[in-house]
Design a protein around this ligand. Structure first.
Ligand code: SF4
Length: 465
């Protein structure tokens, strides 16, 4: 089983999260590292006086584009072809992989360098090509680290955020021959750079993702911080750019809105280090653009979850989510984790990913930071309702909810339940209260039981002159 397939193995989020938090030090360090990124995002966004207006504009542009997606796809195809690019359409992951393989095999290419592309992770491209004799090298540093560990990315922007520098030092010692015990980030980065440079020189093709595709110009835009996409598209003669249909925006002038939002939301930078525009192939080379649907049309047809197609994959909702920060990306069992992944994954297979919409406190922090104003916590709530409607909720939860519904329906019963809880809970043995049957008791101490109910307290205060 490939690393990406492992990432997509459906999991019970609570069970997988328990494995992550068992390493208490890692869980705390992971939480703090992502919170640091979240704070950088806050500083960067507050430095842009028109931040909220930019978010409004981005949400409006995305909603408009999605409402006329077929027209913009046609316009994009015509414009891209006019610059000499070859445009391919793929209905699903299987077609996408077959197209990429055909482009490579027809040209006798056996070595491919890739820059970060979540779409190719979604399509399981690496194992598909490797099974057909093609060597694939991920060239983003974080992606290369997880590729060498045979692991999937744990975060869409920071793929190796779950690892400490000492673990990366050990990996590089084993795989790249660096000094034993060395964990200096600069030294390790230099070692990776030397290793990757050779791969760039040997590659017959470079594959990139696409951050934005402009219908008006037929150009595609790739944003990176390491320059690896630029190396991978400048040295080999063949460039393959893979994009989901939702990457389209109508006009060149719309780009400024998104590039300002993306970098600030993702890493707290005013702009990504490299923002490269491709209009046709380089002289003597080839540019292939593979446009993939893979379930996106189905999502577009559903008004409740359509807005999540606007996602620009900045990762901000993950960095701010208290559940993601404390449970790690591998607890989601889907290649896109966190709040947005918990909406996208059930859209593909609700039964397999039925626990994900519940992996949220519904605090709304994800919706607050989302640069394209996706109503993430509302969509998570809508998914919970959908899971219940489809009968996918486990029976203990169904039974508990039914019992609560009865208690809430009758005032006397609600008051009696409160009276009993205040008297019985303090008498219960700790092992029962915080045992394995009460997931809510893990790492949560109940406050002391109050002597009187809120209703009694309210009455007493109202009775005062
Ligand atoms: S849902 Fe919003 S915050 Fe989350 S990754 Fe997508 S654009 Fe960023």
């Amino acid at each position: 089983m490939s690393a990406t397939e492992k990432a997509e193995r459906p999991v019970d989020h609570a069970v997988a999260a328990a494995r992550f938090v068992a390493d208490d030090a890692r869980a705390h360090w992971h939480d703090q590292a992502l919170w640091w990124v979240r704070k950088k995002r806050d500083v960067a966004s507050s430095a842009a006086p028109d931040w909220e207006a930019l978010r409004d504009a981005a949400a409006g542009i995305k909603a408009h584009t999605l409402s006329r997606l077929a027209d913009y796809l046609e316009q994009f195809e015509q414009q891209a072809k006019s610059h000499g690019a070859q445009v391919h359409f793929a209905r699903d992951a299987a077609e996408h992989n077959a197209i990429v393989h055909r482009i490579l095999s027809e040209r006798g290419i056996t070595k491919l360098v890739k820059s970060k592309s979540m779409l190719t992770e979604e399509c399981h491209l690496n194992p598909y090509l490797e099974a057909r004799g093609i060597t694939v090298t991920d060239t983003d540093l974080g992606e290369r680290i997880v590729q060498l560990r045979h692991e999937p990315p744990s975060h869409i922007v920071l793929p190796a955020i779950h690892l400490k520098k000492e673990e990366i030092g050990e990996l590089f010692h084993a795989e790249l021959g660096t000094e034993q015990g060395a964990s200096d980030p600069k030294y390790l980065t230099e070692a990776a750079r030397g290793h990757l440079r050779q791969r760039f020189l040997e590659a017959g093709a470079g594959l990139t993702g696409v951050n934005f595709a402009v219908a008006e110009t037929g150009g595609v835009v790739v944003c990176t911080n390491e320059g690896n996409a630029d190396m991978g598209t400048t040295l080999p003669p063949v460039h393959i750019a893979c994009m989901g249909v939702e990457k389209l925006i109508p006009r060149r002038q719309d780009l400024a809105v998104f590039t300002r939002l993306l970098a600030r939301s993702a890493t707290g930078q005013p702009v990504t280090t490299y923002t490269t525009h491709f209009h046709g192939p380089r002289p003597g080379g080839e540019l292939h653009i593979v446009v993939v649907d893979d379930g996106r049309s189905q999502q577009l047809a559903d008004p409740t979850f359509r807005r999540s197609l606007s996602c620009i994959r900045c990762g901000a909702c993950m960095n701010t989510c208290p559940v993601f920060r404390r449970s790690g990306g591998y607890s989601y069992g889907w290649i896109v984790p966190g709040p947005i992944g918990s909406i996208l994954a059930p859209g593909r297979d609700a039964a397999a990913h039925r626990t994900l919409p519940f992996a949220s406190s519904l605090c709304g922090s994800c919706s607050d930071v989302c640069p394209v104003r996706i109503d993430l916590h509302h969509e998570l709530l809508a998914w919970r309702q959908e899971i219940v409607r489809r009968g996918l909720l486990p029976w203990p939860k169904r039974a508990a909810m039914k019992a609560l519904a009865v208690v809430f329906r009758f005032t006397w019963l609600y008051r009696l339940a409160g009276w009993l809880a205040r008297r019985v809970l303090p008498l219960l043995p700790r092992g029962l209260l915080y045992g394995r049957f009460n997931a809510w008791g893990k790492q949560r101490e109940l406050p002391p039981m109050p002597k009187e109910s809120f209703r009694d307290l309210y009455r007493r205060h109202r009775a005062r002159p």
